[in-house]
Design a protein around this ligand. Structure first.
Ligand code: 3Y8
Ligand code: NAP
Length: 253
């Protein structure tokens, strides 16, 4: 019988956890512990780092994990690199459940940059009203461009205010809606949206809202991730596990 370790933190990971629970497949979902109250899951959850590649390889052996599914976010590049290496070290089959990058529609006004630092550099110039939809971890980098008014959105209330002289802070977790993001952008008179090319549906609302409002986007491309087997639908993980996803899969996730 499989014993799956599912590296979570995304909409797809939560969808897969529901399918695995429905099929009674032993699964543990793993969070890094970045947020105060992560979404409850229908399978046992563990929280916190493993202690690098060797820590994860030891975990795989000690917990007799038979399959490692990396369903972390495309920007969780360190975790994903560790997953590939640890699975090889421990001799455990590994697959990544990820999502294709977003592609611009013809009417979109994207400027693509390779990383956060390039996004900061691209913000040189006169003051604008910028929706910085990047979460909390990279906000400090934008202090290099203090002339803008920033609209920030964090999952949790921060202990101290961000070091940006002009900003508005929203505390909210996704998935978001197009209507909600469009209203937010208009209420704050946003004239530029900065975001990561996360892919998936959970963060897509801001793209569609910006498209509706004709707003330009500064789109940060994904970091490099080592070669690995990838699937894009939770049901595809079942084929890989040698199980059918069963009737629950038809209901969508
Ligand atoms: C801790 C688990 C689910 C998963 C939901 C998805 C969708 C909603 C949209 C915006 C963009 C952002 C951010 C975002 C989204 C989903 C998904 C996704 C983006 C939770 C979660 C954890 C995290 C970590 C958090 C980061 C932050 C990034 C906010 C839970 C809610 C900006 C990524 O305060 C912090 O330190 C937050 C850190 C990494 C990026 C950053 O730099 O701040 N996600 N997000 C996971 C863990 O501990 O292992 O709390 O329930 C999960 C989700 N966030 O099951 O419903 O699938 O992508 N998450 C980005 O895309 O740019 C928000 O505001 O428009
Ligand atoms: P990261 O930079 O790639 O990983 C840094 C370290 O955090 C890893 O080496 C590992 O610590 C620990 N870690 C990361 N994900 C983990 C998990 N699911 N379970 C256990 N430990 C984990 O990761 P990140 O970008 O900070 O992402 C952290 C979490 O937030 C992930 O669950 C990810 O899916 C989720 N998330 C991230 C983003 C984003 O924009 N980065 C967006 C949405 C959701 P050790 O080395 O000690 O093992």
């Amino acid at each position: 019988m499989p014993n799956v370790l599912l590296l979570g933190g995304t909409t797809e990971a939560s969808a897969l956890a529901r399918l695995l629970a429905a099929r009674g497949i032993a699964t543990t979902l793993s969070y890094a512990g970045r947020t105060a109250t992560p979404r409850a899951q229908p399978v046992p959850v563990r929280v916190g780092g493993f202690g690098g590649v060797t820590g994860l390889a030891d975990y795989l052996r000690q917990h007799r994990v038979t399959h490692l599914v990396d369903a972390t976010h495309p920007f969780a590049a360190t975790m994903s690199a560790h997953a590939v290496d640890a699975a090889r070290l421990a001799g455990v089959p590994h697959v990544a459940l990820t999502r294709p990058a977003w592609e611009p529609a013809s009417e979109d006004r994207w400027t693509r940059v390779p990383d956060i630092e390039s996004a900061v550099a691209a913000l040189c110039g006169p003051a604008r009203r910028v929706m910085l939809a990047l979460g909390r971890m990279h906000v400090e980098a934008f202090a290099a461009q203090p002339q803008h008014h920033y609209l920030l959105r964090f999952v949790d209330t921060p202990e101290r205010l961000p070091a940006l002289p002009r900003h508005s802070l929203i505390v909210d977790r996704g998935p978001f809606t197009v209507m909600g993001d469009s209203t937010l952008m208009q209420r704050h008179a946003i004239d530029l949206v900065v975001c990561k090319n996360a892919g998936g549906q959970g963060a897509e609302a801001k793209l569609l809202a910006a498209r509706q409002l004709g707003l330009p986007m500064l789109m940060i491309d994904r970091p490099a991730i080592p070669d690995r087997m990838e699937v894009y639908r939770p049901e595809d993980v079942f084929a890989w596990l040698g199980h059918d996803a069963g009737p629950d899969a038809e209901r969508g996730v």
